[in-house]
Design a protein around this ligand. Structure first.
Ligand code: HGA
Length: 613
């Protein structure tokens, strides 16, 4: 989602604002802008589309000045246009905003009734009007800011410049994250995450929910939601620049797909003790699964599919009932929760607005909560009773890959932990499963070797209008994830179905123009899935079958055989098949998108870290 940067610097800030915005490009955006204190009030430059368009505007009309703010916008209210791009300005106030002001219509009506004119269609602009009014009314800056924040409903991270306050940036967070960066020689920064300030400092303070701040040269006064001065700790983050460069890869997504042996290894190491052949003692000590009667997983998008895969493992191995629900439905459904339920939020960023709201709802209901997150300092990490980290490293590609397999790695380890603690498996069986899990990075690496075979089939796939993905058991959520990945980056319509469900409706879609991707590892359900392949082939469907046992693929009639393409995956234990088979489905989507020439890392309309509803 939108990125924010604010700098109180010692030299011209425009180039550094742009540098930070480039770092934030990965979040997905549709316009960008900066504002700088020029000596006669803040001045803005804005542009639709990519940062390079903004650079061109600034090249033509430079913005000198040492204090400024910048923003990448992912439109929620009002079309992506220069007029709606941030910073927004009214009177003395110029500001950028992440989030949604839910009561903006009511506030706007009130302000319009006073004769004020709005220049954009955004919800954001009301904040500039409100703050300007409060300042014009003679209120001191601090009181005016607090009064305005109290009137806002919804979610915001804000960075604000005020005319006449040349060395100040106001910041506030509710619902959307914001960090303070502490630089050298009294330079100060505000950012929507640690990566935003990463080029300038590694020393950051994470603002808490409801916090607001008056940033000045060399310092910051931070207040909580009630207006009390608070002291939030300064932490040092390891924003290794190398992790956010593409290196020799064409796209971040390609790099991240290839990083999966490492990211899964790192994540598995946080959960498994390879020497003892068991789940690590600290993980076992943190939660006793024998005290849990049910798990409620809440997540969105790809993380929801990771949770859906995990359900099979928790139920089969640990005999623990699991429900998985998309957070945007869960949060408004008034679900009936059973005491003893553990609520598990799964989110790469740990900031996903719907998942966070669902997590908070569970906490309010008195449930124990856990968060599986990749950003360990995120709001979910801090608010959940228990943080289960993934170690994927920064994920820059909007379409999630390594974060997904890291989530799967963590959740599969936790399923083993639960099975052992609930007496469902012996120490010997635990050791076997730990061994199987530890083999997965090597097998993921082998699966990356399917690249060339997959490139060969994607030229056909890229011409399809619709694609169907089929899987059974834990390959069913993987089929859903495969379809999502293809939709996200290649814009080809794709749907995932449980293979056995095909004949109950979707088989009507089968024809020679609709490729069917079948994910069929050599597991207990292989024969059943193979029968579904027969059903598709019998109707002239084109099947791409991803399997480690091509020799078991049923003999098809000569005609049908011509339409079948088998892509060989590495043989693996069915327990880790979701990890291994993630790779070919990611590669399939990636190469199809590359073939189509889409913007793989920043697909249209999508954003990373979805901090709005
Ligand atoms: N509501 C504001 C900001 C949108 C946002 O936070 N996107 O991530 C707008 O539409 O401009």
């Amino acid at each position: 989602m939108c990125g924010i940067i604010g700098i109180i610097g010692n030299s011209d800030v425009a180039p550094r604002l742009l540098e930070s915005l480039r770092r934030l490009e990965y979040r997905g955006y549709d316009s960008a802008g900066i504002a700088v204190q020029t000596g006669h009030g803040p001045e803005r430059r804005r542009a639709e589309g990519k940062i390079r368009n903004l650079e061109a505007v600034i090249d033509e009309q430079p913005l000198p000045g040492v204090v400024g703010i910048g923003h990448t916008r992912w439109a929620t209210h009002g079309a992506p246009s220069v007029r709606n791009a941030h910073p927004h300005h009214y009177g003395k106030v110029t500001l950028v905003h992440n989030g949604i002001i839910e009561n903006f219509a009511e506030l706007k009506a009130e302000l319009k009734a006073k004769g004020q004119v709005f220049e954009s269609d955004t919800d954001t602009e009301v904040i500039a009007h409100l703050l300007n009014d409060a300042l014009e009314g003679g209120q001191p800056l601090k009181d005016a800011f607090k009064r305005v924040l109290d009137r806002l409903h919804g979610a915001y991270a804000l960075a604000i410049l005020v005319e006449g306050e040349e060395n100040t940036i106001l910041g506030a967070r509710r619902g959307s994250p914001l960090v303070i960066g502490w630089g050298e020689n009294d330079e100060m920064f505000l950012g929507s995450d640690a990566l935003a300030v990463g080029p300038f400092t590694q020393r950051v303070t994470y603002l808490e929910e409801g916090d607001w701040v008056i940033l000045s040269r060399g310092g910051a006064q931070t207040f909580d939601a009630q207006g009390f001065l608070v002291n939030r700790p300064v932490t040092t983050v390891s924003a290794s620049a190398a992790l956010v460069e593409k290196g020799s890869y064409r796209h971040f997504m390609e790099k991240e797909v290839h990083e999966q042996p490492d990211s899964c290894q790192r994540t598995l190491s946080a959960y498994l003790d390879p020497v003892a052949g068991e789940v690590r003692a600290d993980i076992k000590a943190a939660l006793d699964f024998s005290q849990i009667v049910r798990i409620q997983i809440i997540a969105c998008g790809t993380a929801y599919y990771a949770g859906s895969v995990a359900r099979y493992a928790f139920e089969k191995l640990a005999g623990l009932p699991v429900d998985v629900e998309v957070a945007s439905e869960f949060r408004y459904r008034s679900p009936a929760m059973m005491p003893g339920t553990l609520a598990v939020a799964v989110s790469q960023s740990g900031e996903t607005a719907d998942t966070l709201a669902a997590l908070r709802w569970c906490k309010d209901e008195g449930l124990k909560t856990a968060a599986v997150v990749n950003v360990h300092s995120s709001t979910m990490a801090r608010e959940a009773d228990l943080m289960w980290p993934t170690h994927a490293g920064p994920e820059i590609g909007v379409a999630s890959t390594k974060a997904f397999t890291a989530q799967l790695s963590a959740l599969l380890c936790l399923a083993v932990c639960a099975a052992r603690q609930r007496g469902r498996i012996t120490a010997h069986e635990e050791a076997h499963l730990v061994q199987v899990l530890l083999e997965s990075p090597g097998l993921i690496s082998q699966a990356l070797g399917m690249d060339a075979d997959i490139v060969r089939i994607t030229h056909k796939l890229s011409k399809a209008r619709d694609v169907i993905y089929l899987g059974r058991g834990d390959m069913y959520p993987l089929a859903l994830e495969g379809a999502l990945k293809l939709k996200e980056i290649s814009y080809i319509h794709a749907e995932g179905y449980a293979a056995g469900e095909l004949k109950h409706g979707p088989i009507a879609l089968i024809d020679e123009n609709t490729p069917v991707v079948v994910i069929a590892p050599d597991d207990a359900l292989f024969e059943k899935t193979a029968s579904n392949v027969q059903e598709v082939a019998a109707r002239g469907g084109r099947v791409i079958m991803i399997t480690d046992t091509p020799e078991k693929v049923p003999a098809l009639s000569e005609d049908a055989a011509r339409t079948l393409t088998v892509v060989k995956a590495p043989a693996c234990d069915p327990f880790i098949a979701p990890l291994v088979y993630s790779v070919p489905i990611q590669l399939l989507a990636y190469h199809t998108a590359v073939h189509k020439g889409t913007d793989v890392d920043q697909p249209r309309n999508l954003a990373k870290s979805v901090t709005v509803e």
